[in-house]
Ligand binder design. Structure first.
Ligand code: HEM
Length: 222
């Protein structure tokens, strides 16, 4: 069975629309924003001012209300779409490698859901209610350096995100006609692998920048 079949689109017009919409928003704006967000976080290597200006201060593109709406609404839509597809899961009968990736796409989705809930709560909602009103470089860097669970969660969260997005681009390429021949499918597989590597470099690079900067700060109290 082809990779395209893993999308087993519902037959009704309404179902088809929901299905396409959940897929389209995963690529844009979600996929584009996620790539850009990981890239922006590499500014952790530039120190507190650079990171806060680009990532967390009110007015930074990543923290603005308009961006939140443009990102969170599609995320909620895609999550509902994804959970429905997990419920419709039919892994049996596919060749091993494809089947393995199919399962991993769903496993990474559930991991990503847990990670995003924790990440948005701790890096956005909680700091918004603090004295500064935003996540400070000192807070996140100190946690990354002195609190191993934070480091592990971010390393795994980035790994799951990179896999889910890069493999998602590959599976989506079947729907949008970019993998119509075996040769094109192979090309998309290679591109997806390269994209996975780029996302990992951005995300883990950002975590490494926060980790090394955290050495200058005292261990967090909470
Ligand atoms: C930053 C967050 C996320 C991004 C950037 C993202 C991106 C993507 C992309 C690009 C695809 C491929 C779309 C397609 O094949 O048409 C996809 C597929 C999928 N996503 Fe997400 N996703 C995210 C979060 C989630 C969450 C939180 C869930 C649910 C818990 C989820 C569940 C799924 C599922 C189940 C698929 C596979 C659908 C299928 O192959 O039939 N995703 N995602």
């Amino acid at each position: 069975m082809s990779e395209a079949a893993v999308h087993d689109q519902p037959a009704t017009t309404g179902g088809l629309l929901t299905s396409r919409l959940g897929s389209v928003v995963a690529l844009f704006p979600l996929g584009v924003w996620t790539t850009w967000h990981l890239w922006e976080n590499l500014s952790s290597w530039g120190g507190a001012e650079a990171w806060e200006e680009r990532v967390s201060k009110p007015g930074a593109t990543g923290a603005s209300t308009i961006v939140s709406i443009v990102v969170f609404l599609p995320l909620i839509l895609h999550t509902a779409w994804g959970l429905r597809r997990i419920g419709m899961m039919k892994p049996n009968g596919y060749k091993f490698f494809g089947n393995y990736k199919y399962m991993l796409q769903r496993l990474s989705a559930l991991g990503l859901l847990g990670f995003l809930l924790a990440h948005v709560t701790l890096a956005r909602i909680k700091p918004a209610m603090s004295a500064t009103g935003y996540e400070t470089f000192e807070d996140i860097a100190a946690h990354m350096h002195h609190h191993p669970p934070t480091l592990v969660v971010y390393l795994l969260g980035v790994l799951g995100t990179a896999y889910h997005l890069a493999n998602g681009v590959y599976t989506a390429s079947f729907i949008y006609g970019l993998a119509a021949s075996p040769r094109a499918a192979k090309r998309m597989q290679i591109l997806s692998l390269l994209f996975f590597g780029v996302l990992l470099v951005f995300g883990w690079g950002a975590v490494a920048g926060l980790f090394q900067a955290g050495a200058q700060f005292a261990p967090p109290v909470d």
